[in-house]
Design a protein around this ligand. Sequence first.
Ligand code: CS2
Length: 506
Amino acid sequence: MPNHSESPKAASSSISLNQANLSRLSPDLNPPTYDRKALKPRIVHVGVGGFHRSHEAFYTDELLRQNPSCDWGICGVGLREADTRIAEVLKRQDHLYTLIVRRPDGKVESRVIGSIMGFLQGWSDPEAVINQMADPVTEIVSLTITEGGYNVDTATGEFNWNNPDAVHDLEHPQTPKLVFGFLTAALQQRRAKNLPAFTIQSCDNIQHNGNLTRKMLLAFAERQDPELANWIDTHVAFPNAMVDRITPVTTAADSNHLLERYGVVDEWPVTCEPFCQWVIEDQFSSERPAWEAAGTQFVPDVTPYEKMKLRLLNAGHSVLGLLGSLHGFDTIDEAVNDSLFAEYLRGFMDIEATPTLDRVEGIELSGYKSTLIERFGNPNIQDRLSRICLESSAKLPVFLIPTLRDNLDSGGSIKFATLLLVAWCYYSDQQTDLEGNGLEIIDGLKEPLHRAAAGTRQEPLSFLEVKPVFGDLACDDRFTSQYIAMVEALYETNDIASLMKTVIAD
Ligand code: CS2
């Protein structure tokens, strides 16, 4: 976790967060009201980052509070060595942590979440992870592995066999690295033992996240064992889902808040906004938790919900993130509280994103968009633009480019989205804001994006040569003529605000 080198300093009277100390905590920290020892690891979750801990683990904790006889617990899994620190912290804290919910008016509500009951390290003990997934107690394997974790070759939409880890997993099925290797090995055990399949529940921001998980898993399993792939196809459910809760990166200030206010040492709490949404297609391989008691919506078809969320919230974040970074802003609330940025965001949402959306049962889009602007404006969340911009090469093809393509097909407006790609070109090329202050860029395609963007002065379309991101966008004349005009103007004037004003006024 960035910024976490400073662990909270324990005063002599402070209390470390762990099971034995739960009864000593301030009631304001809302410790679990249920018997954690009675939980069973019926969910195995891969990717225990801030988002999982503010979302699925929160919903499960809420369900356990409402129905103390319920026994759905979560066994966390990390697949990468980078998860060492979360593994160690959770172990020291008996897998407890504090969720700090910060309201726009400054009110803070904290609760200690108890739904996670274990943690397994796939990088050092893959067998334990495979066995836990294969154990009959496991009914759901859920995933928060980020957009990039699905190993999709974005140029073709197929499984990326160019990834050396995928080839490694075929050759070493019992010591895999990618999630698909683990799932295949576990499902193979279950099939061999005549056990029912588990559900695979994606919790990532991808349209049709369940369908994509199925496609990638089947592609991998097919090469490993075609009969197993058939069995998976028949028996494993992959419900699509829309997930939503803004969860910034934890900072030392969050731990310090708990220490100063409650005298508690929590080495890795999670901060989030009050808003929370989870819409899931009700298709499970076997049993599922009654998450509806905690506010989850189960629907027959999640498509319109996911499209609305990805194209308005996530794309809206990218709009503020990239344009705001060039302008020198640091957080989302700073950007959206600037009237030019707010107007630009609303223009993008109303003029370009909304016409591509389907009607969503029970949701009035204008109100949804106004709520988004309020959520983004929450000054207590401090969601950094650096978090929003990281891995833009995996995000924009999901959040933004489909809207641009739909508008190219329908003859709709493309200027708001086009300026965003122009801003991203400048950002990737210069790696600074418009004043020349350095920006830290974290992106799996950082180098290819930088190389392509650096050619812009000689060839204005050179950034679009990164085919895994842009595909054939450079072949569309209406798009390229707007792109070239904007890229030339930005490189000449270094003035993003004027370009934004022109787009709004046009
Ligand atoms: C953000 C999301 O990563 C991003 O770019 O848009 O993490 C966003 O905060 C969540 O999807 C909110 O639900």
